[in-house]
Design a protein around this ligand. Sequence first.
Ligand code: HEC
Ligand code: HEC
Length: 163
Amino acid sequence: MNVKPLWAFATLAALAMTTLTAHAKYNGEDRGRPVMPTQTHAAWQTECGGCHLAFPPGLLPAASWKKVMTGLDKHFGTDASLPAAQTQAITDYLVKHASNRWSANTAPLKITDSEWFKSKHRAGEIDPAVWKRESVKSASNCLACHGDADKGDFDEDNVRIPK
Ligand code: HEC
Ligand code: HEC
């Protein structure tokens, strides 16, 4: 007679553990899903896709995008500043579609500095020498290995590390 409640308790405890573990993943620095919204944005595509991939909004939390967008005049050693109206429109787009799974109180400027990124690209998975290859050059160069990154496709099954 006591078996059923005990079993139910064990199930609940297991569920609670799963939830806790899920929240602790990447120390709470997790990307949203899907990382690329179905809604496109012309100015974002043109202005943020000129020097590198127009990074999908769901890869960073809203606070990161706000930081990136308020510092465009000093953007990783370049001046990427835009007229105020355009800056505002792009910020709104990025913030609206930012990661919805980021529970940490952090806002890295770089995707490549985030815990989820470091975890997915750790040395055990990718030989550190790969990052220095002429075909890769920088960890920011997502397209080198994720050929459909511009469509928001980062599926592990579609990764091809170039020679
Ligand atoms: C004038 C060129 C230029 C433009 C325009 C530009 N960026 Fe960048 N961006 C860079 C450079 C250079 C880096 C550093 C890349 C590296 O470290 O290899 C960078 C890096 C980044 C990173 C960090 C990437 C990482 O390593 O995680 C983000 C996020 C980013 N840019 C967002 C934007 C957004 C949003 C816009 C549009 C408002 C934009 N960029 C427009 C040059 C540019
Ligand atoms: C040198 C090649 C390389 C570059 C450059 C690279 N990645 Fe990856 N990425 C990989 C590999 C390999 C994996 C699969 C790791 C594994 O098996 O766990 C991966 C996994 C991922 C995943 C997880 C996919 C999944 O199915 O869970 C995401 C998201 C991702 N990368 C995003 C990015 C972003 C964003 C950039 C650029 C800022 C980037 N990657 C740059 C090689 C690369």
